[in-house]
Design a protein around this ligand. Structure first.
Ligand code: AMP
Length: 301
């Protein structure tokens, strides 16, 4: 069954202790779609401006992402984001953000995308996420991401969205901001009370926690040696997770647990280079091999 994603496509400038990348391809749905494309067909609904370079657009083709829902809007400019990571590679500062086309209307969903069974609402304004969500009343699984900006500035819209989705993926500081709880299990319980059936709290290099009505799962992160640019770690994690679920069609707790491990592995590759450079030369075999090593590492008799 097809997986559809909406969110931001950005032109990013990223500074990390390992270097700087200027005007590279980024955005929440970009990283998500590329990561998910290793598992299933991916459809994308997003807008860019007339300044969006053809070379960036070509990257979507490379990952065989269906871009019939990608609108290059005349008279508009592409979303731009500049971020700087601190020495620990976990915390980052946004130096500049230009919402541009993200502040405008969402592009229309192509008619032949309506049968998408799996929907991911990557990070963008919750009002836009809700608009897309409502166009898939029959979807088998709807999962959203969010960020501190929306928890602060669009809290009411976000609360409304939480009542309409199956799962929420967010990081630990966002979970604390949303719930006021610093204990991750307590924060996850408070989020379940807001609507979703499950929640995944990502803890960067400390792994992730899943709270689901049938149980709780905690996984470590893959012990990564090469970290050059953490941008898109969360989105590529979600892409691996949703891609695996859409490909398997199995939404049991055991399958969701496997999907978290696949998300962890895809994200561990993504952070090895700036922008999408590592995913561009990644193969499904590399993902499966690292997954097998990770599964072995976790086995305790
Ligand atoms: P992640 O590192 O997974 O949180 O995602 C990083 C990506 O999110 C970058 O490529 C940015 O272009 C994008 N991004 C940053 N801020 C925003 C925002 N306010 N809305 C949507 N996307 C954003």
């Amino acid at each position: 069954m097809s997986l559809i994603v909406t969110g931001s496509i950005g032109i990013d400038t990223v500074i990390t202790p390992e270097g700087k990348a200027d005007e590279v391809l980024g955005g929440s749905c970009t990283y998500f779609a590329a990561a998910a494309s290793f598992f299933c067909d991916v459809r994308l609904v997003a807008a860019v401006g007339e300044d969006f370079p053809d070379s960036h657009e070509a990257v979507f083709k490379q990952f065989k992402i269906d871009t019939s829902g990608l609108e290059k809007r005349q008279g508009s400019k592409t979303f731009r984001w500049t971020g700087k990571y601190l020495e620990n590679m976990n915390d980052r500062e946004t130096l500049e953000v230009q919402p541009n086309v993200l502040a405008e209307a969402l592009p229309p969903v192509p008619a032949d995308f309506r049968d998408s069974g799996y929907v991911f609402l990557a990070n963008t304004h919750p009002a836009g996420q809700m608009e897309l969500r409502q166009q898939f009343p029959e979807a088998k699984l709807v999962v959203a991401d969010t960020m501190d900006l929306w928890i602060d500035t669009a809290n009411e819209e976000l609360r409304g969205l939480l009542k309409q989705i199956d799962g929420l993926v967010l990081n630990d500081s966002e979970a604390k901001l949303l719930t006021g709880r610093s204990n991750h299990v307590a924060a996850a319980e408070a989020i379940i009370d807001m609507g979703p059936k499950f929640v995944v709290i990502k803890k960067g290099e400390h792994g992730c926690l899943l709270l689901h009505k049938e149980g709780v799962v905690a996984l470590p992160a893959y012990p990564a040696r090469e970290v050059h640019d953490p941008t898109g770690a969360g989105d590529s994690y979600a892409g691996g997770m949703m891609g695996y679920l859409a490909a398997s069609g199995d939404l049991s707790l055991a399958s969701i647990k496997k999907s978290l491990a696949y998300g962890t592995i895809v994200a561990s590759f993504n952070i090895e280079a700036f922008s999408l450079e590592r995913m561009k030369r990644l193969s499904r075999k590399e993902i499966d091999d690292r997954y097998a090593g990770f599964a072995d590492m976790l086995r305790i008799d």
